[in-house]
Every structure is written in C-alpha cells, then in structure tokens.
Design a protein around this ligand. Structure first.
Ligand SMILES: Nc1ncnc2c1ncn2[C@@H]1O[C@H](COP(=O)(O)OP(=O)(O)O)[C@@H](O)[C@H]1O
Ligand SMILES: [Mg+2]
Length: 364
C-alpha cells in the first residue's frame, strides 16, 4: 500500500462512524470496524455480499442505497431510521449515502456513512425531562410560598384551640388531626421546595459498590415478608468517584425502593454497576469521558409508553399513599451530577432504570 493509501485506510478504520461502500452492482467492498460493531457482523462475513442481503428487511436503508445507485446523488436521512443489528434491539441512526465517482465521470458505487444516535436520543429525552422539571419547579416554588404562610396560621390557631380546650376535652381529637394534617402538607411542600431549590453539592469520595450493597441489605430487610431475590453485579475495579454521598444515597434508595414496591412475592431485582467508556456525546469534540452506569432492573408490572412520559413529573404516582416525588428528586440529583437517567420497560416483563454518571475521580 502507498503511504497515502495507508493514511486513508487508517482514517476509515478509526472513524467512529460506520463506513460501508458497495460497487455499482451493489456488492460490499468496504466495511470498516465501526460498521462491524454496529451490525455485529465481521468484515469477512460482509465483503462481496450484496447490500440487499445485508440489509434485508430494512426498507428505509435499502431505498436510500437504491436511489443513490440509480440517481447518482447524495441522500441523507436522520428521522426515524433504524439499523437492525444481527443481535439486540434496533439502533436509531442517521445515514448519508453518496455516490462514488471514478477518475472518469462513471459512478463506481456508493458509500454510506452511518452514525449511531442512541446517545443523542437519550440526551434529548433527558433534556426534555429536565426542562419540564425546572418549569414545574418554578411554579411549585411560587405556590409553596403562597401556601406555607396560611398553613402556619392554621397550625397556630389549632395549637391555641388545643390549649384552650384543655387536656380532658373530647374535642382534642379534632385539633390533633388538624395539626397532624397541617404538618403532613407542610412536609410535602418542604420536599417540593427542596426539589426546586438549587443546592450546592457537598462532594466527597463515594464508593458506589459499597453504597449499593448497603442499600440492598436495607431494602431486603424492609421487604422481608415478600422474599425478594436481589442480584448484585458490581465491577470490583470501580474506584470511588467524586459525588455528594447523601444525595447519591437518596437517588439509589429511591430507585431500589420503587423496584421493591413494583415486584410481587419472590420478585427479582438486579443491580449492576459498570464503567462504560465509549460514550462521548456529552462533550462533543472533547476527549471521551468514561461513565459509571448503574442499572436497576425489576421483574414487576413494567411501565407503559404513555406512563413513561409522566413518571418523572412531580406528584405523579400510581401508589396509594405515594408522594410521586421520588423520581423527580432522582432526576434532580442526577442532573446536579451532570448525568442522565433512562428507563427501559416492557409491560408485564419488568423495568430497568439506567443511571449514567460521568466518571470523575476525587483527585480531579
Ligand atoms: N420500577 C418501577 N416499576 C413500575 N412502575 C414504576 C417503577 N418505578 C416507578 N414507577 C412508577 O412511577 C411512579 C412515580 O414514582 P416515584 O416518583 O418514585 O413516586 P412514588 O414512588 O411515590 O409513587 C410510581 O407511582 C409508579 O407508577
Ligand atoms: Mg418512589
């Protein structure tokens, strides 16, 4: 190979986009390593094969290649195009197919460049949630202020009444209900204000593996009568990360608690913690940051697609006595750690909450 060709080859091999080229008859002539990673097929399996075979059943992609082969101009699509790998779920992609011209003006084939949009979609979803939360937060803060003062007045009056009535009055029962209920409402408002208030993180070194193990023991004990099976899958090589320990504990406690509340007798909850280092859409152009990914999976009733849109909204709950503030709080804690959360769920099969936090060492 000429030095110049070597450079081209190296660039294509190292590109984090799938690059696939065909000749004018539609046979694959180039299949770079990223294309192999996206499709789960090796270069050897693909070279020489016809693109119609490779993308069988993937109508959008077939149509784009077909058009470029016949019309000889570039076509792009990034709306609802999915690549179906040999195993695993479809990947949302953006794709550009361009003609390849030889030294004459004859078209010699096409080249397609494919980009995996999963992370972008995840970030979009996380942003949507975060936006909604901050809007509701402003509203809630205003409302909380308006309600807290009169509430204080009611409590004060009820306490005076209680004193007036004296210890043996049968009416004491009513005043104590009043005071208790006022305090409950006050508690909810406090929680809501907490959610809408920016709070500086008090960062220290957090051992996530240890934290998850401890939380698991607590929840196992709390739900002993239902005999829940907890499965832990921790990567022991994960060092302590920099984060707010109290908040991260609250975050994972909320998620594990929700899972435990979702499962039935003998339900199964798996908790895993891993380092994933290939995600770098968060800071385009910067060096890739490794992420700590914690997944909490349960085999409970699952969450429908419509419901999924709502679960992060403050006060959305389907539980008797639920506050509906758990996931909103989680969202806020994750946001303040510059991470994001994703829900995967199939009704009747179960739910996975996946939390990704940027991996930052204490020393950083
Ligand atoms: N693991 C889960 N499985 C099924 N549904 C869930 C799960 N986690 C959360 N949910 C749904 O999201 C709602 C909101 O959760 P959350 O904000 O923690 O509030 P709460 O637990 O007080 O209801 C729950 O009421 C439930 O409907
Ligand atoms: Mg909850």
């Amino acid at each position: 190979m000429q030095p110049e060709q070597q450079i081209y080859a190296r660039v294509i091999d190292n590109l984090d986009r799938a690059v696939i080229a065909t000749d004018q008859e539609g046979h694959i002539v180039l299949f770079n390593p990223t294309a192999q990673a996206y499709t789960g097929l090796s270069e050897k399996q693909c070279l020489g094969r016809h693109y119609e075979q490779l993308f069988a059943g993937q109508a959008e992609i077939l149509a784009l290649i077909q058009q470029t082969l016949s019309a000889g101009r570039s076509i792009s699509d990034d709306e609802d195009v999915f690549l179906h790998p040999s195993a695993g779920p479809p990947i949302p992609i953006s794709i550009t197919v361009s003609p390849i011209f030889g030294s004459g003006s004859d078209q010699e084939g096409v080249v397609m460049i494919i980009r995996d949009l999963s992370r972008t979609k995840e970030l979009e979803e996380a942003l949507r949630h975060a936006d909604r939360l901050s809007m509701l937060g402003t509203l809630a803060a205003g409302l909380a202020h308006e309600v807290k003062n009169p509430l204080g007045g009611i409590r004060g009056a009820a306490q005076l009444l209680e004193m007036e009535l004296g210890d043996n009055s049968p009416l004491q029962e009513y005043t104590s209900v009043m005071i208790k209920e006022v305090e409950r409402v006050d508690g909810i408002i406090e929680e809501l204000m907490d959610l809408s208030r920016p709070r500086p993180l008090s960062k220290n070194e957090v051992d996530l593996n240890q934290m998850l193990g401890d939380l698991l023991l607590l929840q196992q004990e709390a739900h002993r009568e239902r005999n829940i099976c907890f499965v832990l899958d921790l990567d022991p090589s994960i060092p302590p990360i920099s984060g707010d320990e109290a908040l991260l504990t609250r975050l994972f406690l909320n998620l594990i608690k929700n899972a435990a509340e979702a499962v039935k007798q003998n339900g199964v909850i798996s908790i895993s913690c891993k380092i994933v280092s290939d995600y770098h859409l968060h800071n385009p152009g910067k060096r890739p940051v490794p992420w700590i990914v914690v997944e909490i999976t349960d085999d409970g009733p699952g969450i429908s697609k419509e419901e999924k849109e709502r679960i992060f909204t403050p006060f959305y709950t389907t539980k008797v006595g639920g506050s509906g503030l758990g996931l909103a709080t989680c969202q806020k804690i994750i946001g303040s750690h510059n991470g994001f959360i994703r829900v995967k769920s199939k009704p009747n099969e179960g739910t996975t909450f996946r939390v990704s936090l940027p991996f930052i060492r204490e020393s950083a």
